[in-house]
Design a protein around this ligand. Structure first.
Ligand SMILES: Cc1cc2nc3c(=O)[nH]c(=O)nc-3n(C[C@H](O)[C@H](O)[C@H](O)COP(=O)(O)OP(=O)(O)OC[C@H]3O[C@@H](n4cnc5c(N)ncnc54)[C@H](O)[C@@H]3O)c2cc1C
Length: 280
């Protein structure tokens, strides 16, 4: 099947895109890397009358180190992050996350902003942004607002974005050099979305510990008790059964086999974060 007919226009700046969005009301859709929108158009799950291509908006393709955050433009691609094209991201944890998304052809075009706007529960950026406590910068012709990731994604494929708003950037708080990070995703073969995933961040300087599980039915879910115990008492203080039990609060509809899959993702991320293994 091919996409239904639509008008195509290309924006050069975020303000162009916002003007066109306002002009066309709900009949327009933004296109960034088209890695999720393209299939949806071809399957006719989306039939917008107008497509506004934002992939060449120069102001959405920048990365800057600010006072307390790294600001990543919404149209920066997964591959640019993976390759460390932007100085503030060289050596950053985000490089590791980007490198595991799909395969290179998808990463060459797919963008961080597009991924968050699409809000697939199994998406890597959705999970990583939650674990890193990122803020999503959202812009309309009237205001710029910032939402924490945990308030941005409301449900599967549903976000807090209004029709006249676009994601302009994602702000990642700076982390200390002592930060420990573990990220693990189960997928049947390389290049596929996760069936179960987990990100662990322990920053002793900021006194923060998070264990966040992805690829659930909706937004990622926190395991605060596990995070607290691990940060205070180490890996041995939490058993596999403790993790399976804790998962019942964020994955109540999953059967025991699924919960064991998530629990393994948690256990492997914890082991990676705490240096019990270098890679799994
Ligand atoms: C074969 C394949 C495998 C994949 N595997 C993975 C995987 O393992 N992990 C993973 O995380 N992802 C995976 N993806 C998805 C990929 O990461 C996409 O790049 C991403 O989901 C969408 O980004 P995009 O830039 O292509 O957005 P698009 O497809 O262009 O847009 C997606 C949605 O976001 C909206 N949008 C885009 N930019 C903005 C913006 N700035 N502001 C507001 N709304 C916007 C669009 O209107 C559309 O609704 C895979 C995709 C494919 C095709």
């Amino acid at each position: 099947m091919k996409a239904a007919a639509f008008d195509y226009c290309r924006a050069d700046h975020a303000q162009d895109a916002l003007r066109l969005l306002t002009e066309h009301g709900g009949a327009a859709k933004l296109m960034a890397g088209s890695q999720s929108l393209g299939p949806m158009l071809n399957l006719r799950l989306a039939r917008p009358a107008h497509i506004i291509d934002v992939s060449n908006c120069a102001d959405l393709r920048q990365v800057a180190l600010l006072d307390h955050v790294i600001r990543v433009g919404a149209c920066v691609t997964h591959a640019e992050i993976e390759d460390g094209v932007f100085e503030p991201l060289r050596g950053h944890l985000l490089q590791q996350v980007a490198a595991r998304i799909a395969y290179r052809a998808v990463r060459n075009r797919g963008t961080i902003g597009g991924s968050l706007a699409h809000a697939d529960p199994a998406a890597d950026w959705v999970l990583a942004c939650m674990a890193m406590n990122a803020n999503i910068e959202i812009t309309s012709t009237k205001i710029v607002r910032k939402l924490p990731m945990r308030e941005f994604m409301l449900a599967a494929y549903t976000t807090a974005l209004a029709d006249d708003e676009i994601i302009t950037a994602i702000e990642f708080p700076l982390i200390s050099e002592q930060t420990r990070w573990g990220y693990y995703k189960f997928c049947r073969k390389t290049g596929e979305f996760a069936e179960a995933s987990c990100a662990v961040l322990i920053d002793p300087v900021a006194r923060v510990s998070r264990v966040v599980v992805g690829a659930l039915d909706g937004p990622p879910g926190d395991l605060p008790v596990i995070a607290h115990n691990i940060a205070r008492n180490g890996l041995a203080s939490v058993s596999f059964e403790d993790i399976v039990d804790a998962l019942s609060t964020i994955a109540p509809n999953k059967d025991l086999i699924d919960r064991k899959l998530y629990a393994n993702a948690v256990r492997r991320s914890l082991a990676l974060a705490l240096g019990a293994v270098e890679s799994i």
